[in-house]
Design a protein around this ligand. Structure first.
Ligand code: HEC
Ligand code: HEC
Length: 338
């Protein structure tokens, strides 16, 4: 009996060795794959209204400087309403996956976007893929899909940024990162863009719906999406995170973007008035250094947009899914299924 077990175990280990060896070999062959994407044909415009819209999206809802600041410390030290130069350099130590580093987006020729074409920038924003065909992993997975209108606005705005020389360290792609690329876990942007709704003078839940499901990416963090399973929605949208993630700073803390639906007990903000919601965002204050929510960027949103988001969230169907305290000791709360 014991002998049979040992043989079975031996076979299993052998199979594992072959499998892992195969994966490594395959990842080596495929290396850093390139992706063929369609030409966007999008070019920067000098229309002041479009540039202003790009500036608003950049520092506000699309929170570009949450990552394109020089470091996490610098981003946390910002005050509400502050707009920083996107000189890049923030990095994320992701162990065996690698170490992405945010780029310098100013117009400096050597270290920024000055030497890059409009087409390159437009492709990065539309697909998460550059003109060289290489995937920009964070741009593909952690930045909202938007329509060509917003892409041109953003592109037009970054072209107005004065050059600032700041070389950032090269990115590193680990073995795990290579495998994930080779096997399609990392791929160009595939989520459809939310239908564009222009800003207006009065609060409008339609505009709120657009920001929350588009540029603000609120839906991405506050819904049970499965990052490891092609970003499939595993439950009700806005009913809170799928699984809590380890905090940015403290490994003993886990963070879960809460349920934002107006459920009487499970909704995290059901008791908040519209003015409280507005004041919370205008404060720009981080709840904790462990939170990835870009509070200082969101403090740059207009009162009308924030009221629009509140009214949209208020009208969502209530979900009874209790996502627990947003910041809590690791393992202290059991997540319900999506
Ligand atoms: C979640 C973090 C994050 C956010 C938010 C973000 N970026 Fe990035 N960006 C990165 C990182 C990291 C890189 C380096 C390549 C990669 O890993 O994607 C990058 C690369 C780029 C590049 C390519 C630079 C080059 O030289 O090829 C452009 C252009 C860019 N970002 C523009 C933007 C704009 C515009 C926004 C806002 C709409 C934005 N990014 C928001 C993290 C982010
Ligand atoms: C990158 C992920 C991420 C994005 C994007 C994001 N959130 Fe959050 N959000 C969190 C996390 C994590 C928390 C819990 C920790 C905290 O309060 O910062 C949170 C907390 C909140 C809270 C409760 C704050 C409190 O004081 O209790 C509200 C309200 C909220 N988010 C609304 C939004 C809205 C609206 C958007 C889009 C405009 C948004 N979030 C985008 C991650 C995110």
């Amino acid at each position: 009996m014991k002998r049979k077990l040992l043989i079975a175990l031996g076979v299993l280990v052998g199979l594992l060795v072959v499998l892992v060896g195969g994966l490594v070999a395959c990842a080596k062959v495929k290396g850093d794959p390139t992706f063929a994407v369609a030409n966007t044909g999008l070019r920067a415009s000098t229309d002041p209204a479009l540039i202003a819209e790009g500036e608003y999206l950049f520092h506000g809802p699309m929170h570009c400087t949450a990552c394109h600041d020089s470091s996490k410390e610098a981003a946390f030290a910002r005050k509400a309403g502050e707009k920083v130069e996107p000189i890049g350099g923030m990095d994320w130590d992701m162990g065996p996956i690698g170490r992405p580093v945010s780029a310098n987006l100013t117009s400096d020729k050597a270290t920024g976007l000055g030497g890059k074409s409009d087409e390159h920038i437009a492709r990065v924003l539309k697909y998460g893929v550059g003109e060289d065909g290489k995937l920009r992993i964070f741009m593909a997975l952690a930045v909202a899909s938007v329509t060509d209108h917003e892409i041109v606005a953003l592109l037009s705005y970054v072209r107005t940024l004065p050059p600032k020389e700041h070389a950032v360290r090269p990115e590193e792609l680990g073995l795990m990162g290579r495998l994930m690329l080779a096997f399609g876990a990392f791929k160009p942007k595939f989520m459809p863009a939310a239908t564009y709704v222009a800003a207006s003078d009065s609060a409008d839940p339609k505009r709120g719906e657009y920001i929350a499901n588009g540029p603000g990416l609120c839906f991405g963090c506050h819904s049970p999406y499965d990052f490891m399973d092609g970003m499939k929605l595993k439950g009700v949208k806005f009913s809170g995170c799928l699984e809590a993630e380890q905090g940015h700073e403290d490994p003993k803390v886990e963070v879960c973007p809460p349920n934002l639906t107006p459920h009487p007990t499970a909704g995290h903000i059901t008791a908040w008035t519209e003015d409280q919601f507005l004041a919370r965002f205008k404060s720009g204050a981080y709840s904790s250094k462990d939170s990835p929510m870009p509070w200082t960027n969101f403090s740059n949103m207009t009162d009308t947009d924030l009221r629009s988001i509140y009214r949209y969230l208020r009208a969502l169907p209530p979900s009874a899914r209790n996502s627990g305290p947003p910041i809590r000791p690791v393992g202290s709360f059991k997540m319900p299924k999506g």
